[in-house]
Design a protein around this ligand. Sequence first.
Ligand code: COA
Length: 179
Amino acid sequence: MTQAAEAAGLAIRNVTSDDEASVRELVTAAFPSDMEARLVHTLRHCGALVLEQVAVDAGGRIVGHIAYSRVTPAAIGPGQGMQVVCLAPVSVWPDLQKTGIGSALIKASLESLKDLGEDLVLVLGPPSYYPRFGFDPVLAREVQGPYAGDAFMALALTEAGSRDLPIEVAFATPFEEFE
Ligand SMILES: CC(C)(COP(=O)(O)OP(=O)(O)OC[C@H]1O[C@@H](n2cnc3c(N)ncnc32)[C@H](O)[C@@H]1OP(=O)(O)O)[C@@H](O)C(=O)NCCC(=O)NCCS
């Protein structure tokens, strides 16, 4: 358990099949449409998810959710053996946003990714939010794919993650709807 999760009175754990309905409700509520909830569902069922975790409050309610899916490096170049994931989406119930749940979930899940041996994490999101966790738009310029610009950020979890660049990557097929 990270300090942030403990301070917020949260337990962070991997998703189980029993969580599927609660997660769908939460992700649908967090975003303007059900596109992200459908993305989670499709990523899960096509086997693209590398890590999926929830934040649970003291009463056992799921209050936050995060998903990371496999990103495939191009077959040539120094980064071809790198383990790359994409953070998307992360969701907190609207009435509980800005109370630290998202931060606790992101910090704890990044630790889990390190334990899994992941090298590089990519995200597309607000440049005002993700740099606090170490995500960097400059590092992401070394990652060629369908996304570019300041909202596209990268975080290296290992030495290889910042060393074996540039790389060209492909995201899991369900992301094509978002390109
Ligand atoms: C984005 C989200 C996961 C953050 O979780 P959270 O629990 O609300 O955030 P935290 O309490 O940990 O952090 C609060 C900080 O995040 C900032 N923040 C929250 N949502 C933000 C957003 N959409 N864009 C930019 N900053 C945001 C707050 O302004 C606050 O900043 P401060 O610390 O400088 O005051 C959550 O707000 C959410 O579910 N939003 C709707 C879905 C969404 O936009 N997901 C991310 C898409 S990539």
